[in-house]
Ligand binder design. Structure first.
Ligand SMILES: *[C@@H]1O[C@H](CO)[C@@H](O)[C@H](O)[C@H]1NC(C)=O
Ligand SMILES: *[C@@H]1O[C@H](CO)[C@@H](O)[C@H](O)[C@H]1NC(C)=O
Ligand SMILES: *[C@@H]1O[C@H](CO)[C@@H](O)[C@H](O)[C@H]1NC(C)=O
Ligand SMILES: *[C@@H]1O[C@H](CO)[C@@H](O)[C@H](O)[C@H]1NC(C)=O
Ligand SMILES: *[C@@H]1O[C@H](CO)[C@@H](O)[C@H](O)[C@H]1NC(C)=O
Ligand SMILES: *[C@@H]1O[C@H](CO)[C@@H](O)[C@H](O)[C@H]1NC(C)=O
Length: 415
């Protein structure tokens, strides 16, 4: 596997040279201090540069106390791309989505979108040192243009991607951490967005793509002002219904995460002008009850969300105010804001929460500082910063181009 991977990387690099690009991406660039041993790590955290001149996956080791140590940057084999931001919410995030990268714990792989190359890259995760990734096969065509988010099933053997560009739609694959991606027949479906490449957003762009909890549906959120979910039926063989159902609700539904304990209910951060978050309640491809949008006063762009099993609450990050808003949702789906936390100048985006011993740790891409902030969910209403990892300076010293306006995604693997 290793030698074929090197061969693939080498051919990608030489393709860039042959077309006259002056920047030749270097495959693997160390960011750790020389001689640092990965011994004792309990996992790794990842985000990507999404740079148009070469997309890099930036990996860090997770130490036993949950803190991060930068490890390396790995060329994804593709290019990033920046969407064209416009009103009414002039967000800084490049892809207008949550979930541009994803990890499968059982599948032992990491995946990311390369919006500028219309491709998806899969990496095998080395359990001894999960920060050291190995690209599997070649980056695979995403089935459209400007791929911006991906979803992985629970078993870790299927993956679907949403394309937000001039060719918009979803595309599903089987995935294997030795063979990579194989398109599923009947897994490529049109979304019919009237878009461009790069996408103009955030209006009229997808926010997230997920499988429903029972994995019988594939769901994409679309931010249109009146908002909707596109819902495909997923057949047992992984193929999709030819058309999707349209579930209207919300304003700018962005992230999508299942509401724990309420089958079919979804929590969506919603940065729409009079919104904050929208709760959907689905029964298959229909609404069980009308979506409910709640206003968060003073929000700038609450776009991303994660759930903590320890506190039982949802955490939304706001890239414009640098606030995190914690929300509790009852079984009845009534909900309320528990607390808000001001995150200095982080400009927080994608996050991932994992349970480490008795703690739930939240890893947040602090885009505005080009770093990662690690938080401890101590209890409901209590979230504390335990580390602010700077990535900008080490990346600059190693000649990896990182731009706070382009970075995207946050995923964690534990072993
Ligand atoms: C070369 O660089 C340009 C500009 O960054 C980019 O559009 C193009 O896709 C690159 N070509 C290859 C083969 O990487
Ligand atoms: C598609 O978008 C273009 C540019 O925004 C607009 O002029 C055109 O009317 C749109 N077409 C449809 C069918 O909505
Ligand atoms: C909605 O779900 C039902 C039941 O699974 C199915 O029969 C129907 O075809 C679906 N509609 C669409 C548009 O996929
Ligand atoms: C939310 O963000 C605004 C703007 O940055 C700030 O003034 C306010 O204090 C924040 N809220 C909290 C609870 O920190
Ligand atoms: C981003 O950082 C700059 C300083 O580099 C700061 O002035 C600005 O307020 C920050 N933005 C947010 C949303 O925190
Ligand atoms: C970074 O690039 C500069 C200028 O091209 C070069 O002098 C330096 O050695 C490079 N550093 C690394 C770590 O590659």
């Amino acid at each position: 596997m290793k030698s074929s991977t090197l061969f693939v990387l080498a051919s990608v690099v030489s393709a860039a040279v042959a077309t006259g690009n002056t920047t030749t991406p270097v495959a693997r660039i160390p960011l750790a201090k020389k001689g640092l041993s990965p011994k004792g790590n309990i996992g790794a955290a990842y985000f990507m540069s999404n740079e148009p001149t070469g997309n890099y996956m930036i990996s860090s080791l997770i130490d036993p106390d949950g803190q991060l140590t930068l490890w390396e940057g790995l060329y994804t084999g593709g290019n990033g791309m920046k969407g064209v931001p416009g009103p009414p919410v002039n967000v800084l995030d490049a892809l207008f989505t949550q979930g541009a990268i994803g990890v499968s714990q059982p599948g032992k792989f990491l995946a990311n979108v390369n919006a500028g190359s219309a491709s998806v890259t899969i990496y095998a995760i080395n359990e001894q040192n999960p920060a050291e990734l190995t690209i599997v096969g070649k980056p695979t065509w995403s089935g459209g243009e400007f791929p911006s988010s991906l979803a992985i099933n629970k078993a870790g053997n299927r993956l679907c991607v949403v394309n937000s560009g001039a060719v918009s739609g979803v595309s599903c694959y089987t995935v294997d951490n030795r063979k990579g991606l194989t398109p599923i027949p009947g897994g490529l479906r049109d979304l019919g967005l009237n878009q461009t490449t790069p996408a103009n957003g955030p209006l009229n762009t997808p926010g997230d793509i997920i499988f429903s909890e029972d994995e019988k549906h594939l769901i994409v959120s679309i931010k249109t002002g009146t908002g909707y979910l596109a819902v495909w039926d997923v057949n047992p063989d992984g193929s999709l219904s030819t058309t999707f159902t349209h579930i209207t609700g919300g304003e700018f539904p962005f992230s999508l995460i299942p509401i724990v304990g309420v089958p079919g209910a979804l929590f969506s951060s919603d940065p729409g002008p009079t919104a904050g978050y929208t709760i959907y309640n689905l029964d298959g491809n229909k609404s069980k009850s009308p979506p409910i949008t709640t206003t968060i006063v003073g929000q700038g762009a609450v776009c991303w969300s994660v759930y903590s099993p320890k506190s039982g609450n949802y955490y939304m990050t706001d890239i414009r105010t640098s606030n995190i808003t914690e929300v509790h949702v009852e079984k009845s789906l009534t909900s309320y804001v528990v607390n808000q936390y001001h995150m200095d100048i982080d400009g927080p985006m994608d996050s991932s929460i994992v349970s480490i011993g008795k703690n739930d740790l939240m890893y947040t891409l602090a885009a505005n500082r080009t770093g990662i902030t690690v938080l401890n969910v101590e209890a409901p209403g209590k979230l504390t910063v335990i580390q602010r990892l700077d990535v900008a300076d080490p990346a600059a010293a190693a000649n990896i181009t990182l731009n706070r306006l382009d970075v995207q995604g946050m995923a964690v693997f534990l072993h």
